[in-house]
Design a binder for this molecule. Sequence first.
Ligand code: ADP
Ligand code: MG
Length: 312
Amino acid sequence: MRRIGDALNKLANNVEFNQKYEYIKNEVLNDEQIRLFLNENSSRVSKEKVEKSLMKLYEFSSQSKNCDKCPSLGGCVNMMQGYHPKLVINGNGIDLSYEICPRKAVDDEKRKHEKLIQSLYVPKDILSASLDDFYHTDISGNRIEAIEKATSFVEEYIPGKQQKGMYLHGSFGVGKTYLLGAIANELAKNQISSLIVYVPDFIREIKSSISDNTLNDKIEMTKKAPVLMLDDIGAEAMSSWARDEVLGPILQFRMLENLPTFFTSNFDFDGLQNHLTFSQRGEKEEVKAARIMERINYLAEPLQLTGENRRR
Ligand code: ADP
Ligand code: MG
């Protein structure tokens, strides 16, 4: 009895298999792209080749092409996330070659772009700023001039050439930091990397740690970044030591190496000079402050940014 049962089972399975096979074949041969491919290559693919390649063709028909079955890159339904199949002919029949899908191509490009903009202590939203947005939100006062200067900086940038950055000053929330982010993004489009440093946190870290390696790395990065943006200088409580031993040498290095440097501040030049003059111990250190200001003046051209406060 068992033997007969086994045989019947096998037969049943076989029928099921055949049905499945026919179903798959039908589905595969009705696939629009497969039909097109077989038509275009009718002289090179015989019926046997099609039969032999049925599983490949089935794989092709079940995978997403050009992201048509995927909600997002993370939700990619394909066997290899971010890759979609293309039909190719090889010696034994039809084969698949997997290529980067459109969503992954965009994502790869975005990551490459993001790698070009490094930042220390800067909120991430700034990194998505764009000059177009800046232009479209408000063109009052000298904001157009700011955009034009930013644009010509990006257009004229050549590594190693002495080129002045901008010293953007103005009141809280007018978009100074946002403009830095937009410039960094424009530079990244041209494969130029920049580093945006939020000065108050940078100085705070310098003050609090007994110089460890990560801090030294950060200082080195700040010295050598192809384009450096020092955000919110003057908003920190800068000790004499940070001013003379950290900020001073960074600026000096950048002057000598012709490395463009941008600044934003709530203070204009005079205000910043005054801020840097009084040490935390209350001493007046005019000469030392003046030396820093000379370097800033050499590196960047001041421009007051006006406009409404965009902070909510
Ligand atoms: P500031 O550095 O002058 O104090 P921010 O650049 O931080 O000002 O801008 C304040 C807020 O407004 C931020 O959240 C920023 O993302 C937003 N913002 C500024 N300018 C624009 C703009 N042109 N378009 C869209 N959002 C902007
Ligand atoms: Mg700011």
